[in-house]
Design a protein around this ligand. Structure first.
Ligand code: PFF
Length: 473
């Protein structure tokens, strides 16, 4: 009990849910999901996505939370306590969590800049030197400013975490997540009332089953990759959050709520981002990648016009920032919690604040390459340019175009699918499904066992293959 007290714990069921939903709802929902859905068969993609959530996302999410609560330890310690031979999966989570938060800080820093810019413009001050592509390109390439913004984002993340589990993560998430939801719904309603919205909905949602049939493999890998990134799986996040959860809590229900809320917000974002882009910028707007968020959405609110447009722009980027903060908090918590646990196991004082500071500095340093090549815009500083000093004939591929892509390739394509694969194999073949269902207070279930033993591993192998292929294409 004494030890439990040292590590921290969630104060309430709703607090845990806000934190877990906060982790799941991030840039992946607001930005990745809408354009991937639009480009991969609309509602047909959504059906595949939903099937994958039920058959893969839900069991893995429930398993991770259960492993955390059962062992009372975060990623590394938890997997070690489950079976001394496999702390590796925990270490993989720590590495990928840290790498993702490094590039997340740069993206979050950009969002901070846009939010602040809209606020200034609304107040009648000069918030942006230009609109659309011109601003994005000039700001990203003013390296110092981008580094300051990324540092600010990482610093605030660290500050929240220094507050601890209950007074930091839980309190922050419980305040901002309802705000996010209300603002998002208001923006969706505003767009729905625009005359051009229907065309946008058609673009995002109209089902294209022919596309699905002809590109089945790539649709499944895209949907599965998006799904487990969106649910924050295979990073040790849900293990750590589960370890702070009270024994009375119903894990199966919570996992279902997190899956539902995450999907709902992704669909709401789908009804907002692309329809807004098509309505206010036109069908030729950039509808994918960085430019969707930082060029097209910037133009959207200028084209809405007046103070009102600027205010909406401020709210939109506030929604994105909240989503990004609650996700980066959870990502950085993975490494912090592992170090704190290790100290506690060695009977040392946890020193959470010092650890939080050290991890924040590390993440900031790791974010520098991402900011220095201006997310790929400064060609001489990309991984491709640097590696060509060593391997003159290295071909240009998706992964080496920017440090952001390199970090993304390492995590989303390698470590995360591998982590989810190993987690399900461990649950299915070593710990046994019963260990998980007992912890969750539900009956052992044949279907669940088949998921852990066969379905999840197969899907993750397919994702691993598909992602690696796409990065080296
Ligand atoms: N789920 C977040 C998103 O959709 O953007 C990103 C994320 C957070 C991924 C935490 C992984 C993670 F552990």
């Amino acid at each position: 009990m004494e030890q439990h007290h040292h590590r921290g714990n969630f104060g309430s069921s709703i607090g845990f849910l806000m934190a877990a939903i906060g982790s799941a709802v991030g840039l992946g929902n607001l930005w990745g999901f809408p354009y991937k859905m639009g480009a991969n068969g609309g509602a047909a993609f959504l059906i595949v996505y939903l099937v994958l959530i039920v058959a893969v996302g839900f069991p893995v999410l429930m398993g991770e939370i259960a492993i955390g609560r059962k062992t009372g330890r975060s990623a590394v310690g938890a997997f070690r306590r489950m079976d001394g031979r496999f702390p590796l999966v925990g270490y993989m989570g720590v590495i990928s969590g840290t790498v993702v938060v490094a590039y997340y800080s740069v993206l979050g820093g950009l969002c901070l800049r846009y939010c602040f810019g809209f606020l200034l413009e609304f107040l009648g001050l000069n918030g942006f030197s230009a609109t659309g592509a011109a601003f994005f390109e000039s700001f990203s390439q003013s390296t110092g400013a981008l580094i300051v913004c990324s540092g600010l984002f990482a610093g605030i993340t660290g500050l929240i975490l220094a507050g601890g589990v209950q007074k930091g993560i839980e309190k922050f998430s419980s305040v901002v997540m309802p705000l996010l939801f209300v603002m998002l719904v208001a923006l969706v309603v505003y767009i729905a009332r625009q005359p051009g919205a229907a065309e946008g909905y058609r673009f995002v949602f109209s089902p294209d089953f022919t596309y699905l049939k002809e590109n089945f493999f790539s649709v499944v890998t895209t949907a599965a990759g998006q799904m487990f990134f969106s649910l924050s799986l295979a990073m040790g996040v849900m293990v750590a959050y589960g370890s702070y959860l009270s024994k009375e809590e119903n894990i199966a229900r919570d996992a279902a709520v997190v899956c539902g809320a995450d999907t709902l917000i992704a669909i709401l974002a789908g009804s907002l981002v692309i329809p807004a882009a098509i309505t206010f910028v036109g069908p030729d707007a950039h509808l994918s990648g960085m430019k969707l968020l930082f060029v097209t959405m910037h133009e959207v609110f200028y084209n809405i016009g007046g103070k009102f447009g600027l205010l909406l722009g401020f709210f939109f980027f506030l929604v994105v920032i909240i989503a990004a903060f609650t996700s980066s908090v959870s990502l950085l918590e993975v490494s912090i919690s592992c170090i704190v646990d290790r100290r506690i196991d060695r009977h040392q004082p946890p020193k959470r604040r010092t650890v939080a500071l050290a991890c924040t500095v590390l993440v900031f340093v790791m974010s520098l390459p991402v900011a220095l090549d201006a997310v790929g815009l400064i060609e001489g500083r990309t991984p491709l340019a640097l590696l060509r000093h060593l391997f003159a004939s290295l071909p240009a591929q998706t992964w080496n175009g920017s440090f952001l892509d390199l970090y993304d390739m390492l995590t989303a394509s390698c470590l995360m699918p591998l982590g989810a694969l190993l987690t399900s194999l461990l649950i299915g073949w070593r710990y046994g499904t019963k260990t998980i269902t007992d912890e969750c207070g539900i009956r052992e279930n044949r279907l669940l066992t088949i998921c852990y033993k066969v379905i999840v591993p197969i899907v993750m192998l397919v994702v691993l293959y598909g992602q690696i292929r796409s990065f080296f294409g």
